[in-house]
Every structure is written in structure tokens, then in C-alpha cells.
Write a protein that binds this ligand. Structure first.
Ligand code: ATP
Ligand code: MG
Length: 225
């Protein structure tokens, strides 16, 4: 479970302070599939970065499964992230010199130092329907396929939560729908919580819950379908 309480984040540039998140409260339960939407600059990426322990709030608290992540030191935040969270990025962030297999294996073998990873990597690649592409390199894949690999890479450590900042922004509408459908299937299969931001009205309606931000506050929070 993710619990965000009275979250505040400002950016300071010289004398100028820009308020970005202004006292935001949000609770997301296990296995939810949530879209964070709102106009450009409303704080979607900032909120996801804070939940993902990539950034620190000015005040307020974020708790994930009982751990107050907003007060973790950098090193603790790093290992919490590696063990509990998965990330999917707008620009895929695959390692170009690695095969599909090696990209998906990376968080397990290199970051967590696990051995005997082959079965788990293949299980996840099978789940996302890319088992026949394991020896390909990212530049031999379409954008949609790259993002499927990124979904597998996020899932491989069996995280409780996957955070995705505009995962479909660089995809055509057909591929975008496929990636969202895949995320949904994986959410059902592994009961992983998915929180993603999007600008795309078609994609947001695929979510079961839609949280709308405006000027760093929640303007609307509704379940969908
Ligand atoms: N590193 C930074 N330094 C200063 N200001 C920042 C920084 N990152 C974000 N901001 C400001 O914080 C506000 C919220 O930005 P954020 O990226 O969270 O919005 P967003 O909702 O993700 O927008 P978009 O839809 O364009 O991705 C914006 O006003 C932005 O200019
Ligand atoms: Mg953003």
C-alpha cells in the first residue's frame, strides 16, 4: 500500500520558489491500476518521482508497505527501490548494447546480485509474449516491443509497485493500447500495483482509477468502470 500524507514539494531556483506539490494526500491500495493525469506542469512526474524515492519532499510523508520511504537516506532509498519498486520510462531506457534477455536480467543479476536468474527472466519474457525475441537488440525492435521489454524488466524483480511516467507517450495509439493492456494483464497475473501518468485521454480511460492533479493538488479522484 502507498500512503501519501500532506506532501509538499517546492523547487528553488535562485530567489524564486515554485510550489509544485501543495499538501497532497493520496492512498493507493495493493493491486490498484491507477492513472495520474492533469495538465502539463501539474506535478505528475514530481509525484511519481517522490513515490519512487527518486526525490525527497520538503515536508509530508510517503509510506510504502509500512516503510516511511520519504525519510530514507540515499543508500537505503537505493536498495528499497531495487527491491520493492519497478520503473517504466517514456523513452524505454533499455541498454542498447544488451540483448532483450540481458536487459531484463540486469536488475536481477547486476543490481540485486542474484544467481540462477534464467528461469525467472524467461518466465517474465513469456508472460509479456517476447520469448521469441530474447536474442534481439533494442534497435531491432519497434517502440511498442521495446516498451514491452521495459515492462518485463520492471516486473522481473517481482516488485510490489510499478511506477510509469508517461509510458505510452512515444508510442503510436495501437502500440500504446497494447502496452497498457499488457500492464493490466501483468497487474492481474502478479497483483502488482501500477501507477502511471498520461496525457492521453484514451489511455487514461483504461485505468480503474483516475487521479487528476491541478497545480499540485488532487482535483478529482474517481474509480473508472
Ligand atoms: N528540477 C526542477 N527544478 C525546478 N522546477 C521543476 C523541476 N522539475 C519540475 N519543476 C517544475 O515543477 C512543476 C511540475 O512539474 P512536473 O514535471 O511534475 O509536471 P508534469 O505534470 O509531469 O508535467 P508534464 O505533463 O509536462 O510532464 C513545473 O512547474 C515544473 O516547471
Ligand atoms: Mg511529467
Amino acid at each position: 500500500m502507498i500512503q501519501v500524507v500532506k506532501l509538499v514539494k517546492h523547487y528553488q531556483e535562485g530567489e524564486v520558489t515554485t510550489p509544485v506539490i501543495e499538501g497532497l494526500d493520496l492512498t493507493i491500495g495493493d493491486g490498484e491500476f491507477v492513472a495520474i493525469v492533469g495538465p502539463s506542469g501539474s506535478g505528475k512526474s514530481t509525484l511519481l518521482n517522490l513515490i519512487g524515492c527518486l526525490d525527497k519532499p520538503d515536508s509530508g510523508e510517503i509510506t510504502i508497505d509500512g516503510t516511511i520511504v520519504s525519510s530514507l537516506k540515499n543508500k537505503e532509498a537505493l536498495s528499497f527501490r531495487a527491491e520493492h519498486l519497478g520503473f517504466i520510462f517514456q523513452d524505454f531506457n533499455l541498454i542498447e548494447s544488451f540483448t532483450v534477455y540481458e536487459n531484463v536480467e540486469f536488475p536481477l543479476s547486476v543490481i540485486l546480485g542474484e544467481k540462477n536468474t534464467r528461469e525467472r527472466v524467461k518466465e517474465v519474457l513469456e508472460a509479456i509474449g517476447m520469448l521469441d525475441q530474447i536474442d534481439k537488440y533494442p534497435d531491432q525492435l519497434s517502440g511498442g516491443q521495446k516498451q514491452r521489454v521495459a515492462v518485463a524488466r520492471a516486473l522481473v524483480v517481482n516488485p510490489r509497485i510499478i511506477l510509469a511516467d508517461e509510458p505510452t507517450a512515444n508510442l503510436d495509439s495501437v502500440s500504446a493500447k497494447k502496452v497498457i493492456d499488457l500492464m493490466k494483464q501483468m497487474q492481474e497475473k502478479f497483483n502488482t500495483t501500477f501507477v502511471f501518468s498520461t496525457h492521453d485521454t484514451k489511455i487514461m480511460t483504461e485505468a480503474r482509477r483516475i487521479v487528476t492533479l491541478q497545480d499540485g493538488r488532487i482535483m478529482d479522484d474517481r474509480s473508472n468502470g
